[in-house]
Design a protein around this ligand. Structure first.
Ligand SMILES: *[C@@H]1O[C@H](CO)[C@@H](O)[C@H](O)[C@H]1NC(C)=O
Ligand SMILES: *[C@@H]1O[C@H](CO)[C@@H](O)[C@H](O)[C@H]1NC(C)=O
Ligand SMILES: *[C@@H]1O[C@H](CO)[C@@H](O)[C@H](O)[C@H]1NC(C)=O
Ligand SMILES: *[C@@H]1O[C@H](CO)[C@@H](O)[C@H](O)[C@H]1NC(C)=O
Ligand SMILES: *[C@@H]1O[C@H](CO)[C@@H](O)[C@H](O)[C@H]1NC(C)=O
Ligand SMILES: *[C@@H]1O[C@H](CO)[C@@H](O)[C@H](O)[C@H]1NC(C)=O
Ligand SMILES: *[C@@H]1O[C@H](CO)[C@@H](O)[C@H](O)[C@H]1NC(C)=O
Ligand SMILES: *[C@@H]1O[C@H](CO)[C@@H](O)[C@H](O)[C@H]1NC(C)=O
Ligand SMILES: *[C@@H]1O[C@H](CO)[C@@H](O)[C@H](O)[C@H]1NC(C)=O
Ligand SMILES: *[C@@H]1O[C@H](CO)[C@@H](O)[C@H](O)[C@H]1NC(C)=O
Ligand SMILES: *[C@@H]1O[C@H](CO)[C@@H](O)[C@H](O)[C@H]1NC(C)=O
Length: 813
């Protein structure tokens, strides 16, 4: 077994440190200027200076990417000149020295016979003994145990309980200074594991606790096509780690010098930040104080848990949190109230490692007067552990798309009050009470009695008395601020003409400024639009729950008499069609921007289809529904005709045909069948429009009657796909990337839905130049005259094709 390894060892002995060797042997040194390169040419180890500073550091970086350091040996001991050397002694000690000056060292415990230091293709620098009988199994030392600011695939963030080793991530001091910065991301404590970002001794952000399946409070890092996270909890080790599905995509976690935890991947020749763990204001640790819950829509949106009230009245400072309306009376009638959709609070403790049911957990918590809450999770894989909380409950967040359940201790008086309110509520709903004229109440009639009941429940903080089992079913919980008509009128200068910025699908759009200084876009739905009400409800219900940087954010709504308004974040660059189909502005949209718009739309759509809790088919994807922020980042908007689907009915659904010609898939336009694949079709059309700068519908070419999709296919089959590229684009572009885009675009517009890729494959194919892209076949709807030749049961003559307005009045049968 060890013979081949030993042979390799002999051969290396005969030669000095060769260029591009991956191993340093006993008695060899590594001088400044020399490097070790891993055998697959992935990583390189040697001396570097960050950002052309004069200080020298010994570290590991990616071999084929502009300097991106993943590990630093002497981060707090910079070398001031080029004369230090790394030496490996025949006893196996590693030292970075210049004469008497020692910058860094590793001294293995115990005797070592044939030491060698090797850089592996996963970025791990390992010290091993070639004579050790068990081969390469145990390393004497490895850089993966000495995490700096970067967590590579296969690295572990956590504890080895046997050796006491704790692996934390610590940020660089600044982008140009690798010395230990202010932020540390560490796993603790090992018995109810959660990950905490520290700034010195202050908690900044908390991810957890682990509930056996994921960390409470963010479900963004779940396994997907490229990324496979793992949390290991065994008697020996407790750690978080991850692997990537295909090693050819490079990726890493980092803690930035500013304290953001990011997951980056090398895509499109640059580091792309795929996820930042801290998403919003609510991710600041303890922002709403004890017993406060943070709602992530706007800054300062704290509320007390039901049964608690504010300690302070300052609306901006919630650090005082909330206190109980009724004090506990330990051992005399205290009970528990169930709360849902929460990020679990801090300071939990696991009750040993034994399988318990919910009643046992409750009994355990009742035993101790300082136990404030409990829940049941499955950390140890034994079926269920009790998680108990002692002391004040802090750092809770409303988390509708992946929150947890917790049972909180309450006085008997509170529990009785809840039961009474519940009974009353049933009566209220039964008689269908009329609603007051307050804006905030009117919406309830719109959304119906179901939502009325839900909102009332929310006003009691969406809880129910524990053991009340009649409370199953999906939760519908609207978390949307309701603005007063006066405030909205003020913000928009009384809906003045000067503030009008556009005409959306179902009404006019005004720019406004809230008293807080925030710019907003107010969509005022047409009074006479029969569809308006339905679209309004749909949009409010759907989008209020969505959070993604490529989706436009709904901030609130307002109802006044017949008026219905939606208040969005304001996006200064208007919609994509404004840029794409204007001969002047089009010139300014360079390829890099176009590509990032394509990627952004793809990611937003992927989120809608696969990642949001509500799985959503947008059904009306087109350039005028893509808004652009000040940096030209795309945001998908207009969810007026979007549909949710469940995993069970993820196949095709049939519906009234609504949408926009030119972007509709064949099966939808003809039969009313829609699925995620009909969105993929629209995305493909959009992609080809972005590449070419032409509209699909109304495309004109002197030589043929094809639409843009047909034209693209014709060019593709003639081997002239680049002929599609916008002639007005004023700069050079990477040919391979453009070709890959066109190929993906053609795949998305295939005739048969099953031939079209899913959005996750689209994101992969677009994002990585190494992924395989299948050959497209002839696309669907490549001739403009499709509608006249089909057997569909609607009459084309009733349609108005003159612009790309959304069609809503059309019935399919
Ligand atoms: C390293 O040097 C020491 C002392 O010069 C010598 O005893 C030893 O054999 C050398 N080891 C190797 C592997 O060359
Ligand atoms: C490099 O720096 C070390 C430590 O400061 C010093 O001892 C050594 O003399 C310097 N070497 C040169 C060539 O200046
Ligand atoms: C350290 O610095 C001195 C110069 O002061 C130089 O002569 C020596 O070679 C350097 N290198 C090592 C490995 O000590
Ligand atoms: C990735 O590389 C590691 C070694 O660097 C190897 O153990 C693993 O099997 C590889 N995984 C894949 C999917 O290629
Ligand atoms: C590991 O990292 C810590 C700092 O995080 C450092 O103090 C320590 O010396 C390192 N140990 C080794 C062997 O590199
Ligand atoms: C890691 O974090 C834990 C908890 O904060 C701390 O006790 C430990 O010293 C840290 N370890 C390192 C190497 O910084
Ligand atoms: C890198 O160095 C350049 C010039 O030396 C400086 O302008 C820039 O701010 C530095 N970057 C960082 C991150 O320190
Ligand atoms: C918990 O107990 C189960 C079975 O009793 C055992 O398999 C598992 O290893 C234990 N886990 C820990 C972390 O002690
Ligand atoms: C809130 O008020 C309660 C009762 O008045 C008090 O015990 C508690 O310490 C206060 N909490 C904070 C954080 O001020
Ligand atoms: C209640 O729990 C706390 C925290 O674990 C502990 O310090 C205290 O001794 C317990 N009290 C009783 C009566 O068990
Ligand atoms: C990983 O990507 C490379 C480059 O595209 C490809 O050749 C290889 O087959 C992929 N491996 C797996 C396991 O998918």
């Amino acid at each position: 077994m060890i013979f081949p390894l030993f042979l390799a060892f002999c051969c290396f002995l005969a030669s000095p440190l060769a260029q591009a060797a991956d191993t340093l042997l006993a008695n060899q040194t590594l001088r400044d200027g020399q490097t070790l390169v891993s055998s697959g040419q992935v990583f390189e180890f040697g001396f570097f200076s960050p950002n052309k500073s004069s200080a020298r550091y010994l570290g590991i970086w990616y071999k084929n990417i502009p300097l991106q350091v993943t590990w630093v040996a002497n981060r707090n001991n910079p070398i001031t000149n080029f004369s230090a050397e790394l030496a490996l002694s025949s006893q196996g000690s590693v030292s970075l020295q210049n004469g008497s000056m020692n910058y860094w060292s590793v001294i293995p415990a115990g005797a070592v016979n044939e030491p060698f230091l090797r850089l592996l293709d996963n970025g791990n620098l390992v010290l091993s003994d070639a004579s050790a009988s068990d081969g390469s199994g145990d390393y004497l030392w490895q850089s993966f145990d000495n995490v700096t600011d970067t967590l590579l695939p296969e690295m572990k963030l956590g504890w080895n309980l046997r050796t006491g080793l704790k692996r934390n991530m610590t940020s660089w001091a600044s982008e140009a200074n690798p010395s230990s910065g202010q932020y540390t991301f560490s796993l603790e404590p090992p018995d109810a594991p959660q990950l905490i970002l520290w700034k010195g001794s202050q908690k900044q952000y908390r991810w957890g606790p682990w509930n056996g399946e994921r960390f409470s409070g963010s479900n963004e890092f779940k396994a997907n096509a490229v990324f496979d996270p793992m949390f290991i909890s065994s008697p020996e080790e407790v750690y978080y780690t991850y692997t990537v599905v295909n090693n050819s995509t490079l990726s890493r976690f980092i803690v930035t010098p500013e304290g953001a935890i990011q997951y980056l991947a090398w895509l499109d020749y640059q580091w792309t930040n795929l996820v930042t763990l801290q998403r919003d204001y609510c991710d600041n640790y303890g922002t709403c104080g004890p017993y406060g819950i943070c709602y992530d829509s706007t800054v300062g949106n704290c509320r007390c848990l039901e049964g608690f009230r504010r300690n302070d009245s300052n609306p901006l400072d919630w650090t005082g949190g909330c206190s109980r309306t009724w004090n506990l009376n330990c051992g005399n009638g205290d009970g528990f109230v169930k709360y849902k959709d929460l990020k679990l609070p801090d300071n939990s403790r696991l009750l040993g490692n034994r399988s318990s049911n919910l009643e046992e957990c409750e009994t355990e918590c009742l035993k101790n007067c300082s136990c404030m809450a409990f829940t049941r999770v499955d950390v140890h894989g034994n079926g269920g552990d009790c998680l108990l909380w002692f002391g004040d409950l802090v750092d809770m967040k409303n988390y509708p798309s992946g929150g947890d359940v917790i049972y909180i201790r309450m006085a008997k008086a509170e529990i009785d009050a809840i039961a009474r309110a519940k009974r009353r509520r049933r009566i209220v709903i039964a008689i269908g009470i009329s609603v007051s004229t307050v804006c905030g109440m009117l919406i309830l009639t719109l959304i119906g009695q179901y939502a009325l009941r839900r909102r009332k429940e929310r006003r009691r903080a969406a809880h129910s008395v524990y053991r009340d089992s009649g409370d199953g079913g999906p939760e519908e919980d609207l978390e949307l601020p309701l603005l007063d008509i006066v405030a909205v009128a003020d913000a928009t200068n009384n809906f003045s003409f000067q503030n009008k910025v556009g005409q959306g699908g179902f009404g006019e759009v005004y720019k406004g400024i809230l008293p807080t200084g925030q710019d907003v876009a107010v969509k005022r739905l047409s009074l006479n639009s029969g569809q308006g009400l339905k679209e309004f409800k749909n949009e409010v219900i759907l989008i209020a729950k969505l959070q993604h940087r490529n989706l436009v954010k709904l901030l609130g709504c307002c109802i006044h008499e017949d008026e219905r308004m939606l208040i969005y974040e304001y996006l200064p660059n208007q919609s994509l069609d404004h840029h794409l189909f204007d001969p002047i502005r089009r010139k300014l949209v360079i390829w890099k921007t176009r590509f990032s718009i394509i990627m952004g739309i793809a990611r937003g759509l992927l989120y809608l289809h696969e990642d949001s809790r509500l799985r959503i088919i947008h059904r009306d994807l087109k350039p005028s529904n893509i808004l652009l922020d000040s940096d030209m980042n795309p945001k998908i908007s207009d969810f007026g005709i979007a549909k949710t689907f469940t995993v069970e009915n993820a196949g095709e659904m049939t519906n009234r045909i609504v949408g926009t010609y030119g972007y509709m898939s064949p099966e939808y336009a003809m039969k009313g069948h829609f699925s995620v694949k009909s969105d993929v079709f629209s995305f493909g059309v959009l992609l080809l429009e972005i590449v070419s700068g032409h509209k699909n519908w109304g495309f004109y070419h002197p030589d043929h009657d094809l639409n843009l999709v047909g034209h693209a296919w014709k060019l593709w089959t003639e081997g002239n796909a680049l002929g599609l590229v916008d002639v007005l684009m004023e700069e050079e572009f990477p040919l391979k990337e453009v070709l890959r885009c066109i190929q993906v675009g053609l795949l998305c517009v295939q005739q048969r839905p099953e031939d079209r890729p899913t959005m996750s494959s689209v994101v992969l194919m677009l994002g990585s130049e190494t992924s395989d892209v299948p050959q497209p076949k002839e696309p669907g709807f490549s001739a403009e005259s499709f509608a006249m030749t089909t057997d569909s049961s609607f009459s084309v003559k009733t349609l108005n094709f003159s612009n790309d307005a959304t069609i809503t009045a059309l019935q399919s049968r």
